[in-house]
Design a protein around this ligand. Structure first.
Ligand code: ADP
Ligand code: GLC
Length: 526
């Protein structure tokens, strides 16, 4: 075992406690895997109202936590402590009844609009996580922050009193960008809440078109940065995918990496999944046919084993290409197929797809909302899984559906491009169907060829299903790459001139240097 690291994860969600998308899956699974590898991991997330302290047996820390919030003063709140089920990773929940106990989703009002105070909510979380380290005397070697919500932690560490703090001053930071579209872009008066000097409100650091951009600050100040697939790492260096921050990423290109996410096969496994009608394996798919019938029954579609079902589970937002789907769907529904959709997001899409279900009751069904059990049923019961994403940093749903033998039909972008091998009619290689252009003709052509293969070449489909079910994206592999990044980040932080040269740390530094020598010789991260 290499040096055991103290790793602090700070994020806006973590499974199984709170999840709205893949970010929650990643924080839950990666922290658990690193813990199992022997690292000393702590996770910090908000205590949202869906997190039931009594049911989970969370313990309140004896002292309250004082969180300095600039001109808002210091806010004193409770912290609850628990353990991740299964692994026992210690997890801390920051309480604030006004910020986190709400009726809507984690980030949005029931109307779908973002909460007006998301800036304050996540600055509070970020600052609270740093103060918590002092309170519980945890000295992180690395603080792993995720997306704009906690990216500001890296800025705090370099620009405020934390930089001379004996516990936190030497902590390296790794920022993982799960989505470049959401940047935490707010009015510049937020500087007064951050308590960061105005000299940092400049073109390179926090300023973006005269507003504060928390993701930009994080990209500038984090020791290292990564995103969640190699293709997306290339894409966000371009203006097409960079949402205005591509230049900032290019400036940090030598500290920027792409690491593919893994899939949690304890949760997503057709052999043991408790949510599906029958379990099955790649050697015996009879259970999958039962799941298909169950899906048709659940969605009140005609029970028919020979008609292919296309399933889709996603947030109904621009990123997922749902506007293009809305254009293409009438042509898609002219084929002999059934289509089931589970998702929630933009309100126009709720109305549109509900209406579509009324117009095509025998072919199209949807459930507008969030439902984990239903999402498992679709991944098991459908024949194909559709993801026409405009951009997709990684995407987890296509990995899960592969495990269930449900063949992905995806746009070749980001992680979808990295995880799916396109079906080749001649060699019969592949794990799914890919297309490039996000336009009706291209989408429909690829769907047509998938359906054609389904009807005319059962052997090819069987081979594809088997190959897809055998494919693995193991968290253990991704976690090893993160471990390498942590070591590199620590080394970089030690060499930068903010490093405090106290003797205890130099000893640790020398050990790490040996470790880095080993890593460089064997490195996959170059
Ligand atoms: P993203 O993080 O962009 O939403 P991912 O594919 O990485 O996309 O992760 C999505 C995760 O959220 C998957 O675990 C998927 O099953 C789940 N999910 C998305 N929408 C829903 C929904 N309406 N109901 C249940 N699960 C959902
Ligand atoms: C984001 C991305 C998704 C990715 C997930 C986890 O929500 O949209 O592609 O899989 O984060 O990294």
């Amino acid at each position: 075992m290499r040096n055991k690291l103290n790793i602090l994860f700070v994020a806006s969600e973590a499974t199984p406690f709170a999840k709205e998308g893949g970010l929650g899956d990643v924080v839950g699974a990666l922290s658990t895997t690193l813990w199992r590898m022997g690292h000393n991991v702590r996770v910090v997330i908000p205590r949202y109202s869906i997190i039931d302290k009594a049911r989970l047996g969370l313990k309140q820390l004896r002292r309250s936590l004082g969180v300095p919030m600039g001109i808002m003063g210091t806010l004193w709140r409770a912290v609850l402590e628990g353990r991740m089920p299964g692994s026992g990773v210690p997890i801390y929940f920051i309480e604030h009844e006004k910020f986190f106990e709400r009726n809507g989703s984690l980030y949005n009002e029931p109307s779908g609009n973002a909460y007006g105070d998301n800036d304050i909510r996540y600055i509070f979380l970020s600052r609270a996580a740093l103060e918590l380290c002092t309170m519980i005397n945890f000295r992180p070697d690395v603080i792993h922050v995720h997306d704009w919500h906690t990216a500001v932690i890296s800025v705090f560490l370099n620009t405020t009193a934390y930089k001379d703090d004996p516990l936190l001053g030497n902590s390296a930071t790794l920022l993982t960008i799960h989505n470049m579209q959401h940047q935490g872009n707010f009015h510049k008066r937020l500087m007064e809440v951050l308590g960061i000097g105005w000299e940092h409100f400049n073109y390179s650091e926090l300023e973006f078109y005269d507003r504060v951009n928390l993701l930009k600050g994080g990209i500038y100040h984090s020791t290292l940065i990564n995103t969640v697939s190699p293709t997306y790492a290339k894409e966000i260096k371009t203006s097409e995918y960079g949402w205005g921050l591509d230049g900032v990423i290019r400036d940090r290109a030598k500290d920027f990496y792409g690491i593919l996410n893994g899939a949690d096969y304890d949760e997503w496994n057709p052999e043991s999944d408790p949510y599906i009608a029958a379990n099955y394996t790649e050697d015996d798919l009879s259970g999958k046919f039962i799941c298909k019938k169950d899906l048709q029954k659940t969605f009140e579609l005609p029970i028919n084993g020979s008609v292919p079902i296309i399933g889709m589970v996603c947030r109904l937002v621009y990123q997922k290409g749902i506007d293009v789907l809305a254009d293409a769907i009438h042509r898609i529904l002219s084929y002999n197929i059934q289509f089931v959709l589970l998702g929630s997001g933009e309100s126009w899409a709720h109305l549109y797809f509900r209406d579509l279900a009324k117009r095509y009751p025998k072919k199209f069904a949807c459930y507008i909302g969030y439902d984990n059990a239903l999402s498992h049923k679709i991944k098991a019961g459908a024949d194909f899984f559709f993801m026409p994403s405009r951009f997709e940093p990684c995407g987890l749903s296509q990995m899960y559906s592969m495990r269930y033998g449900t063949l992905p039909i995806v746009r070749a972008t980001g992680g979808l491009n990295d995880t799916i091998e396109d079906f080749n009619e001649r060699t019969l290689r592949g794990t799914g169907f890919k297309f490039n252009d996000l336009i009706t003709d291209t989408i429909c052509n690829r769907i047509e060829s998938a359906i054609y293969t389904y009807h005319t070449n059962k052997e090819a489909i069987k081979t594809l299903i088997r190959r897809a079910m055998q494919k693995r994206f193991r968290w253990e592999d991704s976690a090893k790459r993160y471990e390498e990044l942590y070591y590199l980040a620590i080394k970089k932080r030690m060499n930068d001139n903010r490093f405090r040269k106290d003797s205890k740390y130099i000893a640790v530094a020398n050990e790490f240097k040996m470790e880095i020598g080993y890593l460089c010789r064997n490195s996959i991260i170059g």
